[in-house]
Every structure is written in structure tokens, then in C-alpha cells.
Ligand binder design. Structure first.
Ligand SMILES: *[C@@H]1O[C@H](CO)[C@@H](O)[C@H](O)[C@H]1NC(C)=O
Ligand SMILES: *[C@@H]1O[C@H](CO)[C@@H](O)[C@H](O)[C@H]1NC(C)=O
Ligand SMILES: *[C@@H]1O[C@H](CO)[C@@H](O)[C@H](O)[C@H]1NC(C)=O
Ligand SMILES: *[C@@H]1O[C@H](CO)[C@@H](O)[C@H](O)[C@H]1NC(C)=O
Ligand SMILES: *[C@@H]1O[C@H](CO)[C@@H](O)[C@H](O)[C@H]1NC(C)=O
Length: 346
């Protein structure tokens, strides 16, 4: 009896060990969905800082690489379901949403918020040939890229940037503009009480016309007062813009997306969200104003933002997100513009 028992135990142990080993092997051989065959493509940033995109637009794309990026992104992110909370998902005063970041407080959907919620994603069934994704780096100053950016079929912009006075460098077309709540206290300080500042803010929102404003409303509870203020202004002034509100888990999804690649950005940024959207929706992505260095290849000082007064980055560093964009560019999955623009249109 005892021999039989030991024997059984040994077999059971053996099976468990075999399973464990198989598990370890499959864990090890699982490759990220987006990874270049050559494990670490060496990127010489010195060369890149002097790079010019001379070829005509459209000649810089490898359609199978574009598709490869799209497939990878869409495994984790779907603009139809992940871009915005929809009206059908909540009911006024009743529904509670939890914020993504700690403390994971719950929040009740307010009247204006509810009123502005879209019935469905504004991107449902949409597809664009050429897209410009515009970051806010000072590299855009004196770039004369405005007309080229405006020639894109669809223009994405980050964090409600200033446009007035910069039109020739950054353009005016804005089809999708994100706005993180801290923009209000930082750039419209006094917005709660000062009507001059409120007017300035509303005038800025008017530049979006009837296009989309995206608010990451559910990320952190710090932005609650700002979100209420923004929605109030839109309703009160009957602004024609459409609003989308990021659902609770979007940044988690973007984290998983990047985790399944050869790149490891610390945390997904707004630039990351715009990239993911554009990868799903556009055949030809052109990035402008993404440049995380304090100097260009010719030693010219580069401001952190093309507008305002945030100063420049202190250190030369290559953030992982930029390394990714640079790599996509070299593989012709998108075009990263860092040089002044010529007369070509997208
Ligand atoms: C990068 O390219 C520059 C210009 O061609 C060259 O001088 C430099 O040695 C290269 N750096 C590396 C690390 O390969
Ligand atoms: C285009 O990209 C694919 C990978 O997605 C690669 O296999 C192919 O060699 C590239 N073609 C050209 C012409 O660079
Ligand atoms: C993008 O916005 C402009 C106005 O800024 C508008 O004329 C154009 O139709 C929009 N494009 C799309 C594809 O909605
Ligand atoms: C409101 O803001 C404007 C512009 O910054 C400023 O000139 C004005 O003094 C402010 N008004 C009050 C009452 O603080
Ligand atoms: C990141 O990817 C690894 C496999 O490459 C997986 O084991 C891990 O669970 C992933 N982490 C997240 C947060 O998805």
C-alpha cells in the first residue's frame, strides 16, 4: 500500500513539474506582438537630429508596417469602445464611476456632464487617409508647418494648445483636441471667478468649432472641479463642439498595449493616446511637434512648448515613447517631422 502511495505521489509530482516546465518555456518564448525581428535596432539620434524628410508625402510609408502597427494597437485599443463613455452606459444622478487612479473615489454623473455625453463614439465607421498628430514641442517654432498640418484630412492636438499667433507654424485645423484638467489652473488661472479669463477660455474652445474635445475625466478625482467647469461653459455658451470623456480603464489598456511591444514607456501619455487613435483610424500618420530634447541638431535651443513659458527640458534624454516613434519612422510606419516643412501637402 505504502509503495503504491509513494509511486502515485511521484507520478503526480512528475506531472506537476512537467506542466511547470512547459509553462516556463511558453512564457519565455512568447514574443511581444509588436517587435522588430532584430531585437534591438540601434538608433543613432545624432543622425536623426539632422534628419530631413525630403521625399514627397505618401512615399514614406510601408503599408505592411502600417498594418502591422494597426493590428498590434487594435488588439488592445478600440476607438469605438475605449475612447469615450457613452450616454447609454449611465443614467443621470444614478450611475457611479470609479476613478482610475487612487484614491479610487466614486463620482455621480452631473447634469451638464450627462447632457454632453455622446450616444456613440464619434469615430464609429470613420477612416482617414492622412492624419497630422501635433505635439507641442518648441521644435515647431519657425517650422512653417502650418499649411502642411492643415492639409491633413484629420488633425489631432494635445492639451488645448495656443493656436493664435502660431498659425503659420502649427496651423489651425483641429479635429480632435485633448484637454487635461490642469490646463485650467495653469493657463487660465482665476478661471472660477474672473470673467475676463472665462471669456478667454471660451474663445479658445470656439476654435474647435464643431469638432471633438476629449477630456480624460475619469483618470483622477483631482480634476472634478475643472471637469464641472468645462462642461458648464460648453453648455452655457452653447458651443457646437462634441465632447468625449475617456472611460475609466483607458490608460490601463494603453499600458498593456505598450507592454506587448519592444518599447517600455513609463506611463502612457496624451501623445500615446493620440498615437493609438491615429494608428486605428489613419493610413498615413504624420507626427509634428514631438521632440523631447532641449537642443536641435544645430545647437538651437528648443522650448518645451512652442507657446507659453514652461522653459526647456534640463537634460538630454531619449524617452521611451520618442524612441518608439523614431523606430516606427525608420520602419516607415509613420513620418516623424522634426525639420521645417516645405510646400508639399499631405
Ligand atoms: C552617429 O552618427 C554621427 C554622424 O554620422 C557619427 O559621427 C557618430 O559617430 C554616430 N554615433 C554612433 C554611436 O554610432
Ligand atoms: C515593409 O515592412 C515589412 C514589415 O512590416 C517588412 O517585412 C518589409 O521588408 C518592408 N518593406 C520595405 C520595402 O521596406
Ligand atoms: C476637420 O476640421 C475642419 C475644421 O477645422 C473641417 O473643415 C473638416 O471637415 C474636419 N475633417 C473631418 C474629417 O471631419
Ligand atoms: C482678471 O484677469 C485679467 C487678465 O488676466 C486681469 O487683467 C484682471 O485684473 C483680472 N480681474 C480681477 C477682478 O482679478
Ligand atoms: C507584460 O507582459 C508580460 C509578458 O511579456 C506579462 O507576463 C505581464 O503580465 C504583462 N503585464 C501587464 C501589466 O500586462
Amino acid at each position: 500500500m505504502a509503495v503504491r502511495k509513494t509511486c502515485f505521489r511521484l507520478i503526480a509530482c512528475g506531472i506537476l513539474i512537467a506542466l511547470g516546465v512547459t509553462f516556463l518555456i511558453t512564457q519565455k518564448t512568447r514574443q511581444p506582438l509588436y517587435q522588430f525581428p532584430v531585437n534591438k535596432a540601434w538608433i543613432n539620434t545624432t543622425v536623426f537630429q539632422n534628419y530631413r524628410t525630403n521625399e514627397g508625402p505618401g512615399e514614406n510609408f510601408n503599408t505592411s508596417e502600417v498594418e502591422r502597427i494597426r493590428k498590434w494597437v487594435m488588439t488592445y485599443f478600440n476607438p469605438d469602445t475605449d475612447l469615450t463613455i457613452k450616454k447609454s452606459q449611465v443614467s443621470l444622478g444614478k450611475s457611479f464611476f470609479k476613478y482610475e487612479k487612487k484614491p479610487k473615489k466614486k463620482v455621480k454623473i452631473g447634469q451638464y456632464y450627462y447632457q454632453l455625453l455622446p450616444e456613440s463614439s464619434p469615430f464609429l465607421g470613420k477612416h482617414f487617409r492622412s492624419c497630422a498628430v501635433v505635439g507641442n514641442s518648441g521644435i515647431l517654432l519657425d517650422s512653417h508647418c502650418g499649411p502642411q498640418i492643415d492639409s491633413a484630412d484629420f488633425v489631432f492636438r494635445s492639451n488645448l494648445p495656443d493656436l493664435e499667433g502660431f498659425e503659420s507654424d502649427v496651423g489651425t485645423k483641429s479635429n480632435f483636441t485633448t484637454m487635461n484638467q490642469p490646463v485650467l489652473p495653469h493657463e487660465y488661472n482665476g478661471y472660477l471667478t474672473n470673467t475676463t479669463i472665462q471669456e478667454k477660455f471660451v474663445e479658445r474652445l470656439r476654435l474647435i468649432h464643431d469638432q471633438i474635445l476629449h477630456i480624460p475625466a475619469m483618470v483622477t478625482s483631482n480634476g472634478l472641479v475643472e471637469t464641472q467647469f468645462i462642461t458648464l461653459m460648453i453648455v452655457k455658451h452653447q458651443l457646437p463642439l462634441k465632447v468625449t470623456f475617456a472611460p475609466t480603464n483607458v490608460y490601463q489598456k494603453l499600458t498593456k498595449l505598450w507592454n506587448d511591444s519592444e518599447f517600455k514607456p513609463n506611463r502612457p501619455s496624451t501623445g500615446n493616446l493620440l498615437f493609438a487613435l491615429a494608428a486605428c483610424l489613419c493610413d498615413q500618420i504624420h507626427l509634428y511637434g514631438y521632440y523631447p530634447f532641449s537642443e536641435d541638431g544645430k545647437g538651437r535651443k528648443i522650448k518645451y512648448h512652442y507657446y507659453g513659458n514652461i522653459g526647456s527640458l534640463k537634460k538630454h534624454k531619449l524617452p521611451e515613447e520618442y524612441r518608439a516613434f523614431l523606430t516606427f519612422h525608420q520602419r516607415k510606419g509613420l513620418v516623424l517631422h522634426t525639420e521645417p516643412c516645405d510646400d508639399s501637402r499631405l
